[in-house]
Design a protein around this ligand. Structure first.
Ligand code: NAD
Length: 436
């Protein structure tokens, strides 16, 4: 099939590349000229494991191309995907200007039947709005389909190639047939393609992300309570996770959820409910608790240093909002850095992939180390904000040589408590016994 993908961010580039992998001809469009030039020169603009192999193979075989020319991309495409930003507007509702703007531009270019697929995360009713934009600008028949994306950054290629499910919102038989054909190769093991109406499909994505954010937040509260009542959250986690109704996944407590999706999607669903005069109370609590959770490490530091962080120097391991990505949007590490600087402390950070993006955002407000051990030199304590694998089994002897004090505040529960006792560390993790 001939496909156009508008927007080549984390979702659009993975979508375009993975769709070309099954033999489709895909043309990707972006307004960012530098990014398009980079991709045309064979450079993958984001860090996403496994993407480079598919990217280079499909470019070499002529199935994957890049352009800034929307008209050229739309001309022959049977299916046009929109993978555009839907950031929070001033009031927390999703800003639909990218989607509706692109829809308007596309509507002026279509000359034959197209399926317009929205892959962005959008509020209920967006498909109707997109359809209305087309109706206002063209007589050409089009179908607007909602096809939310569930990929996780860090394992995005795997998630796209073998999705747990594909959700497709459309009431058009013609569009359904095309989408079924397009996604068939990705669900050969029998995972479902779930067809539904557009509104249910749009809500499915928000409900999924909000449910996951709620699950994490619930565990964070359980962990906070564990610290107060001297219980061990690891034991509690295993105890409840063995119940099939609860499940083992997504029960690890930490320093709050971040990233480009959960914070904005929870906020947008709450706002969307508000607009329909429904008070989605649980989501308001989730947002409040998560705000607090993002800075629990700083609260703990203030307690440890008796309210005075002035002149203290901290090593920070992890900047990305989660491992295996360079994405730093809404990363808890950024909130920690902000608070530490406000309190007069200094920070040297290390992250395997996220440092360039942080440097682009906050420049030299902190120092950046070449490796995880260099970050420790002269630090009063080590703070851990992201659970990268390389932090899980470090050389503790080497760490001891560089750290000024054997003090670790671990926001991701990476180390065994007995090991920390044996090594003689002060070790403060989340929802577990304090080792001092
Ligand atoms: P992103 O910010 O990484 O990428 C968006 C891209 O669109 C950028 O390259 C930008 O230059 C381009 N763009 C903006 N306006 C354009 C236009 N008019 N024409 C062409 N290109 C344009 O965003 P993302 O993370 O890929 O997210 C896209 C959507 O997918 C959002 O709605 C998001 O909520 C949703 N989503 C994201 C993820 C994720 O893990 N990142 C997962 C599922 C769903």
């Amino acid at each position: 099939m001939k496909i156009a993908v508008i927007g080549t961010g984390y979702v659009g580039l993975v979508t375009g590349t993975c769709l070309s992998e099954t033999g489709n001809n895909v043309i990707c469009v972006d307004i960012n000229e530098a990014k398009v030039q980079q991709m045309q020169a064979g450079v993958v603009p984001i860090y996403e494991p496994g993407l480079d192999v598919l990217f280079h193979r499909n470019i070499a075989q002529g199935r994957l191309t890049f352009t800034t020319d929307l008209a050229h991309a739309v001309k022959d495409a049977q299916i046009i995907f929109m993978a555009l930003p839907t950031p929070p507007g001033g009031d927390g509702a999703a800003d639909l200007s990218y989607i509706l703007g692109a829809a308007k531009d596309i509507s002026k270019l279509v000359t034959s039947y197209k399926v317009i697929v929205n892959k962005s995360t959008v509020p209920v009713g967006t498909a109707d709005k997109v359809q209305a934009v087309f109706a206002a600008n063209t007589d050409v028949e089009i179908d607007v389909v909602s096809n939310p994306e569930f990929l996780r950054e860090g394992v995005a290629v795997e998630d796209f190639m073998k999705p747990d499910r594909v959700v497709i919102g459309t009431r058009s038989d013609k569009a359904q047939k095309l989408m079924n054909e397009l996604y068939g190769p990705y669900v050969r093991q029998g995972n479902p393609i779930l067809f539904m109406d557009e509104r249910s499909s749009e809500l499915t994505k928000y409900a999924a992300n909000s449910f996951l954010a709620t699950k994490i937040t619930f565990m964070n509260e359980v962990a906070n309570l564990c610290e107060i009542v001297d219980a061990d959250v690891d034991a509690v986690r295993k105890g409840i996770g063995s119940d099939a109704r609860i499940g083992k996944r997504f029960l690890f407590p930490g320093i709050g959820y971040g990233g480009s999706c959960f914070p904005k999607d929870v906020q947008a669903l709450a706002k969307s409910a508000d607009e329909h005069n429904y008070d989605f109370q649980i989501l308001r609590s989730v947002m409040q608790v998560n705000e607090k959770q993002k800075t629990i490490i700083v609260d703990k530091l203030l307690k440890y240093y008796k309210g005075d962080l002035k002149g203290k120097h901290f090593a920070l391991w992890g900047l990305a909002f989660k491992p295996e990505t360079d994405d730093i949007r809404e990363a808890p590490a950024l909130y920690i850095i902000d608070e530490l600087i406000k309190h007069g402390a200094t920070v040297t950070a290390f992250d395997p992939e996220g440092m360039a993006n942080v440097k682009g955002l906050i420049g030299d407000k902190i120092k950046y180390a070449q490796n995880q051990y260099e970050a420790l030199i002269g630090a009063d304590a080590l703070l851990i904000a992201t659970e990268w694998s390389v932090f899980r089994n470090p050389d503790f002897e080497k760490m001891e040589e560089s750290l000024s004090n054997k003090v670790i505040f671990d926001g991701r529960n990476l180390y065994d408590l007995q090991k920390m006792i044996d090594l003689g560390y002060y070790y403060n993790s989340v929802g577990r016994k304090l080792i001092n």
